[in-house]
Each structure stands twice: as structure tokens, then as C-alpha cells.
Design a protein around this ligand. Sequence first.
Ligand code: NAD
Length: 241
Amino acid sequence: MENLLRSKPKLVVLTGAGISAESGLSTFRGTGGMWEGNKIEDVATPEAWRRNPIRVLEFYNQRRAQLPLVNANEAHILLKKLEAFYDVHIITQNVDDLHERSQSSNILHLHGELVKVRSELNDYIILDWGYKPLNWGDKGPDGAQLRPHVVWFGEAVPAMFKAESISSQADILVVIGTSLQVYPAANLIYTAPSHAEIWYIDPQPATITGLKKLHVLPQKATTGMKELYQILTSKCNPDER
Ligand code: NAD
């Protein structure tokens, strides 16, 4: 009876572009600050949208068109499997849909989603768009041009408040495949409680200071997640409550 009432420990996961690298989606820090050969300021800022919206639409159309050609990898899948042992909450900086496709239950997108678009005038008008291209002249129900539902550099991150609230309740924080160069997302690692163990999987991990319970696994996401899955599940039975 006591077992039935005890809740699972809360495992919060912060993912970045690196978790999707082995699925075939490129990161951008790894390629010298360019995202698929494009400068960030040409394709992922509000100024770029005002200057040349067709180029911005084309860039995100290419990113969206890649999605049905790739699959979730073992790292995404093991995060889903951890739900048998932990109350898993994923906070992702990624705009891809690979956590959804590996069927994780709790996913918060900090920087938006490629498969959604929104009105450029009314940001509460958000539409499911799927994998099809978004074109200049595609309008929302308010008659305004639709734009990618992504947070561009220089824009506010509306999901940050919720992300901080989730992270502040973590018993364990797992950070995977992020250079921790993009703010405010990078600050999330400091919002976990001091008792929380922090695991960081990245083949080229950023230098992190000031966290006592930090363990770094300098590995690719799939290798690191296999090792961490063993560590995190060795102590508990599935669906132990
Ligand atoms: P980043 O490109 O700045 O850093 C990627 C990190 O992944 C690096 O630290 C690198 O060492 C690591 N990495 C590379 N290969 C890896 C692997 N196989 N396994 C694990 N880690 C690996 O990415 P970021 O910190 O997420 O910030 C980039 C921003 O660009 C994000 O906000 C995101 O929205 C956007 N972005 C998203 C995608 C995507 O949705 N898949 C792809 C590129 C960029």
C-alpha cells in the first residue's frame, strides 16, 4: 500500500540540438556558428524576417522537410523508457519533433516547433502545419501572414517561466547535447534544487562551474544515454511507486 502511494522521482531532461545529431539533423555550433550553411542573423532573427521573409520561410521549409526523412534515435527512445521508473519531464531547445515521435509524455518546447506556424500579428493564433512548406501569402484566420512558430534570436522565450518551475522540482536533471551557449535556456541548469544530481551528456561538453553534484559523460547522446539508463534504473523496479 505504501508503495502505491509513493510517487516516482522527478527526472527533468534538458535537450539541445546534439540529441538529434545521430538522427541526421545537424547542430549549428558544431559548424562554426552556421546553421546548415546559413548565418543566424540571415535566417533566425526578427530583423531577417523583416528584411527577407521569403529566405527565412525557405530556410524553415528545408528544416521542416527534413523531419519525415529522419527517425528518433536510441537516446530519444531511452528517455521514453525511463518513464517506467521516473516522472520524466523533457524541456527541449529543439524545434524538431523527435521527442514526440518517440512518444515521450511531457515535452515543453522552449524555442518552438517546426510543425506549427503562427500569425505574425497575433502570437496566440498557432496552427498545426505538419511537414508541408509555409509560403509567403499563407494567411491565418486573422488575415495576417503566417510565420514559423519558432523563437528567433532576440525574441522572448515565453515557455521559460514554466521550464524554470519544472526544473526547480527536479530530483535528477539530465542535460543532453547542448553547448549551453543559448540564453536564457542555458540558465536552467542553475534552477535545479541543490540536492538534485545533474548528468551532462555531450561529446564536447561546455565548462560548467558552481554545480557540486555534476557528472559529465563526454559521449554522444546514444552512447551516453545507454550508460545513464543503466545507472538510473539499476536502483529501482519499473513502475515502482
Ligand atoms: P548547439 O548547436 O549550440 O550545440 C550542440 C551541442 O551538441 C554541442 O555541445 C555538441 O558538442 C553536441 N553534440 C554534437 N553531436 C552530438 C551527439 N551525437 N550527441 C550529443 N551531443 C552532440 O545546440 P543548442 O545548444 O541546442 O542550441 C542551438 C539552438 O539551435 C537551439 O536553440 C535550437 O532551437 C536550434 N537548433 C535546433 C535543432 C533541432 O531542432 N534539431 C538543430 C539545430 C539548431
